[in-house]
Design a protein around this ligand. Structure first.
Ligand code: APR
Length: 230
C-alpha cells in the first residue's frame, strides 16, 4: 500500500470539546451561515464575524488532541505508506497530535489574511474590524478561513493525492459540503479502497466500501491498530 489519504471533519474534534456544525445544537444552530461564514456577511458586519472566529480561536487554543488525532499521527509515523490528512477543520489538533502531512482546505483559525494584498500572518488572539495589514497597511484583515462561496485551498494537490490513493478514509464528516463530500467518489474511481469512520452514517455512506460507526476516539484507534498490524 503506497498512499493513505484521510479526510477529516468536525466529528474528529468533537471529543476534544469543539462543536460540530450540523449535530443537535451545533454551530449552525447557534449562528446563521450567511452572517458569519460568507464574504457578504463579513462585508455587512465584520465585527460579528471577527467575534465568531475570536471565540472559536480561543476555544481551539484551549482544546487538546484526542485519541483519534493521536492514532492518525501514529499511523503517519509508523506506517510505511505515505499518509496525508486533508482536513476541513480549522483547529490545529492534527498538528498538535504530531501529524506532519496535513492539508487545511478550509484555512486555519491560527491564520490572518489581508483581503487587499493577500499577505498571511499568525492571527492575534482577537481580531477587530479595521486592523491594519502588517504588510500593506490596509484595514482589510480577515480570518484566514474559507467561507461558503469561496474556493477551498490546495485543491490541485488534493486531487493529485486522491488520484494516487490506495486507501481513502473519511472521519467525522457529514458529507454535506462539496467538494469534500465527493472525494470518496474520486478516490474510488482511481481504485482506492474507501472507509467511513463516523458516529452515524454520512450523507455519502453509500459511496464507501467499508464503514465503522462509533465515537472517533474508539473506532479510529482500533482502525489504525488493524492497519499497523497489517
Ligand atoms: N466521533 C465521530 N464522529 C462524530 C462525533 C464523534 N464523537 N461527533 C459527531 N460526529 C459526526 C457527526 O455524525 C457528523 O456526521 O461528525 C460529523 C460532523 O458533521 P458536520 O457538523 O457537518 O461537520 P463537517 O462534516 O466537518 O462540516 C463540513 O461544513 O460548515 C462547513 O466549513 C464547515 O468544514 C465544515 C464543513
Amino acid at each position: 500500500m503506497k498512499k493513505i489519504v484521510i479526510l477529516t471533519g468536525a466529528g474528529i474534534s468533537a471529543e476534544s470539546g469543539l462543536g460540530t456544525f450540523r449535530d443537535e445544537g451545533g454551530l449552525w444552530a447557534q449562528h446563521r451561515i450567511e452572517d458569519v461564514a460568507t464574504p457578504e456577511g463579513f462585508a455587512r458586519d465584520p465585527g460579528l464575524v471577527h467575534a465568531f472566529y475570536n471565540a472559536r480561536r480561543a476555544q481551539a487554543a484551549r482544546a487538546h488532541p484526542n485519541a483519534a488525532h493521536e492514532a492518525l499521527a501514529r499511523l503517519e509515523a509508523e506506517h510505511p505508506a505515505e499518509v496525508v490528512i486533508v482536513t476541513q477543520n480549522v483547529d490545529g489538533l492534527h498538528e498538535a497530535a504530531g501529524s506532519k502531512a496535513v492539508i487545511h482546505m478550509h484555512g486555519q483559525l491560527s491564520g490572518a489574511l489581508c483581503a487587499a494584498c493577500e499577505h498571511r500572518w499568525d492571527a492575534p488572539e482577537a481580531m477587530q474590524p479595521g486592523d491594519p495589514c502588517p504588510s500593506c497597511g490596509t484595514p482589510a484583515t480577515r480570518p484566514d478561513i474559507v467561507w461558503f462561496g469561496e474556493m477551498p485551498y490546495h485543491m490541485s494537490a488534493i486531487w493529485n493525492h486522491l488520484r494516487e490513493a490506495d486507501l481513502f478514509a473519511a472521519i467525522g464528516t457529514s458529507g454535506e459540503v462539496y467538494p469534500a463530500a465527493a472525494f470518496v467518489q474520486d478516490a474510488d474511481r482511481h481504485g482506492a479502497h474507501t472507509v467511513e469512520l463516523n458516529l452515524a452514517p454520512s450523507s455519502v455512506i453509500s459511496d464507501f466500501s467499508e464503514f465503522h460507526f462509533g465515537k472517533a476516539t474508539e473506532v479510529v484507534p482500533q482502525w489504525v491498530e488493524n492497519l499497523l498490524l497489517g
